[in-house]
Design a protein around this ligand. Structure first.
Ligand SMILES: [Zn+2]
Length: 243
């Protein structure tokens, strides 16, 4: 039987590392084939350190970001990483690029998808990527789009954690213990040499979410001793047989 699959839609080439690197590594370890689509390299907006070199060029920055993302993907056990190179600040996908993403979604047939928060006043590329994720998920479900292809079921879309949660209206309803794969996430974070100012910050985020994991899984005494966690907000209702 084919492996289970998951799909991450990342606005910029590093977002998937900070925000769901643990989920990627954990599901990879559990036998999932995880595909990551980077809609842009974050070459203009999220590569400040690289631009400080006097000989920096757009192509050079994109190449450096791609290498970092590929190294991080390897550290996390990503099955496939694809770069759409749609440009950032602002990120924009034309109809052709959206259909290319629909093709990826239908090919992967993810059990679940991951993307950004629905809002982010600091970085409009992020909610734009989510809007595209929802739009392409919808098209991938449509029987009238490329009839004959296997249509998409109804995978959950989990929104991963933005940089400043309150401003983004993001409220987690799912906390994932990533302690057993923390070393992989840490290694992936350290591939992002252009954004060293975020390394410590996202270690902190993972520790705080682990504290909340413990609080919500029965308290420090009864709960599992999670040291690192990631939090997500789900878009769609869960369908269950028992509460
Ligand atoms: Zn980003």
């Amino acid at each position: 039987m084919a492996n289970k699959t998951a799909l991450v839609i990342s606005a910029h080439s590093a977002d998937f590392v900070w925000r769901c690197g643990g989920a990627i590594a954990l599901h990879g370890k559990r036998g999932y084939d995880v595909t990551v689509v980077c809609l842009s390299y974050g070459e203009r907006g999220e590569s400040a350190k690289l631009w400080k070199a006097s000989d920096a060029t757009l192509e050079g920055v994109k190449a450096a970001r791609r290498t970092e993302a590929e190294n991080a993907a390897r550290a996390l056990g990503v099955a496939d990483i694809q770069f759409f190179d749609c440009g950032d600040y602002p990120l924009e996908l034309d109809r052709e690029a959206k259909f290319r993403l629909v093709d990826v979604i239908r090919k992967v047939q993810p059990a679940f998808m991951l993307s950004h928060s629905l809002d982010d006043p600091y970085n409009t590329d992020h909610p734009y990527a989510t809007k595209v994720a929802l739009e392409t998920r919808m098209v991938a479900q449509a029987w009238g789009h490329e009839p004959g292809q296997t249509v998409l079921g109804a995978p959950q879309l989990y929104l991963f954690e933005p940089h400043q949660t309150e401003q983004c209206g993001w409220k987690p309803d799912t906390i994932l213990d990533i302690t057993e794969v923390w070393e992989a996430k840490k290694a992936a974070i350290e591939c992002m040499e252009g954004q060293q100012h975020l390394w410590h910050y996202y270690t902190n985020v993972a520790e705080n979410r682990a504290n909340q994991f413990r609080r919500n899984s029965g308290g420090q005494a009864g709960g599992r001793e999670a040291k690192y966690a990631e939090a997500f907000q789900s878009i769609f209702p869960r369908t269950v047989d028992e509460l």
